[in-house]
Ligand binder design. Structure first.
Ligand SMILES: *[C@@H]1O[C@H](CO)[C@@H](O)[C@H](O)[C@H]1NC(C)=O
Ligand SMILES: *[C@@H]1O[C@H](CO)[C@@H](O)[C@H](O)[C@H]1NC(C)=O
Ligand SMILES: *[C@@H]1O[C@H](CO)[C@@H](O)[C@H](O)[C@H]1NC(C)=O
Ligand SMILES: *[C@@H]1O[C@H](CO)[C@@H](O)[C@H](O)[C@H]1NC(C)=O
Length: 365
């Protein structure tokens, strides 16, 4: 039996005619869209145990208010070249959790070819939290996402905590663009105790307000980033605090990228108590010259997405010899406050441009 009700001991056929029990607990052990639809409607607690999602199918879950979704065992997704997402969850006041020893094994090695989203096989986005309200995502383990691991989009009041994205295999097996978290068009989002081993941004905040990113560990990727901001349907980032996080063996540590020729704004962003180790390219990179089409900097910044009220406090650590400690190339920036920025080891230098006057910037190299 694929679908059974534990609490209430009702068979599904009976539930269809009887008044559904609001506190039913349901477990699904094999993918079936109909079973999932019924469970969404009838179950306050829904467990997906060891299911394999068919090729080219999104595991869509529209939780009813206050419901709890639990992932148990090993969940897998069959290979198919498409954009995905492989999981898309929505709901209000819901809890999305992983049981002990569960893993969402996206089996990215089947797609990886070193080209990421920029060519080769078409690689699906893995997990989208869409339109979540006042909800929590916790204790989730994701292994080998084909492309970006988690998007939080059009959401309001989301806490994601104790989430582990393990894309270590991508270092040797062609993982690319395996972003940990992307946040878009969302407000009041907290990401805490996140661990990400990957090959692109650990966290990328593309738009949204009131975002807290703390107590995280990022290894192998491109650092904790704001951006790229500009050139999308909503281009405002406001009130972001990134604190108490470690960024290791990554191309960048602290990064803000705004899009060349675009409009928008990045206002009131603080990074504090950040430790960097073995950064390859830039310890701190603040750039207003990102080309959204090529994914590369143009070398000339534009000022349509001004970075205002930007604080760095107690950002310390090391860059590899071949890297740059701190690089700034912006226009139209204002109200910056940097203190205790001690990023050392990089022997390459790049000329900084556009640092607002009177910023009290003390960069000790
Ligand atoms: C996720 O599902 C919602 C409906 O709940 C839909 O509007 C949205 O476009 C989906 N997101 C993606 C990335 O497919
Ligand atoms: C700046 O953002 C922080 C959160 O990081 C918030 O507490 C503070 O109120 C914001 N300041 C302003 C002036 O909005
Ligand atoms: C600087 O940040 C580090 C790492 O989070 C922390 O251990 C240390 O206490 C901070 N120093 C100050 C003066 O806040
Ligand atoms: C600078 O930013 C302001 C908004 O704060 C904008 O109105 C102005 O056009 C920008 N200037 C340039 C040169 O982009």
């Amino acid at each position: 039996m694929r679908f059974f009700i534990v609490v209430g001991a009702l068979a599904l056929g009976i539930l269809a005619t009887a008044q559904p029990s609001l506190d039913a607990t349901c477990t699904i052990t094999s993918y079936n869209e109909e079973d999932i639809k019924n469970a969404e409607r009838d179950c306050a607690e829904l467990t997906l145990n060891g299911i394999s999602v068919p090729a080219g199918v999104t595991l869509n879950i529209n939780l009813k208010q206050g419901a709890k979704l639990t992932f148990q065992g090993t969940l897998t997704w069959e290979f198919y070249e498409w954009d995905g997402p492989l999981v898309n969850i929505t709901g209000a006041d819901v809890e999305i959790v992983g049981a002990a020893n569960h893993v969402l094994d996206a089996r990215g090695t089947l797609w990886w070819d070193g080209k990421g989203g920029g060519g080769g096989k078409i690689k699906p986005i893995f997990f989208v939290a869409h339109g979540l309200k006042n909800s929590i995502i916790r204790d989730i383990t994701i292994k080998n996402p084909p492309n970006h691991a988690i998007w939080i989009e059009d959401s309001d009041g989301v806490v994601a905590q104790d989430v582990y994205v393990d894309s270590i295999d991508g270092d040797t097996l062609g993982g690319h663009n395996t972003d940990g978290f992307n946040v878009w068009r969302s407000n009041d989002v907290t990401l805490q105790r996140i661990t990400v081993y990957n090959q692109d941004d650990c966290v990328a905040i593309k738009s949204g307000t009131n975002i807290l990113v703390k107590d995280n560990y990022c290894s192998g990727g491109h650092g904790i980033s704001i951006g790229s901001v500009g050139g999308r349907d909503y281009n405002i980032v406001e009130n972001v605090l990134v604190s108490n996080s470690q960024i290791l063996n990554s191309d960048n540590g602290v990064r803000i990228k705004t899009v060349y020729g675009a409009t928008g704004s990045v206002t009131n962003v603080t990074y504090e108590n950040i430790i960097l180790k073995h950064i390859n390219k830039f310890g701190v990179a603040i750039e207003g010259d990102y080309n959204i089409n090529t994914g590369s900097p143009t070398g000339v910044a534009t000022g349509g997405v001004p970075i205002k009220h930007f604080t760095l406090k107690n950002v310390t650590g090391t860059v590899k010899k071949s890297g740059v400690n701190v690089y700034v190339l912006v226009k139209n920036a204002s109200d910056w406050h940097w203190s205790d920025v001690h990023v050392t080891g990089g022997e390459k230098t790049k000329k900084c441009e556009g640092i607002p006057e009177g910023s009290d910037i003390t960069v000790k190299g």
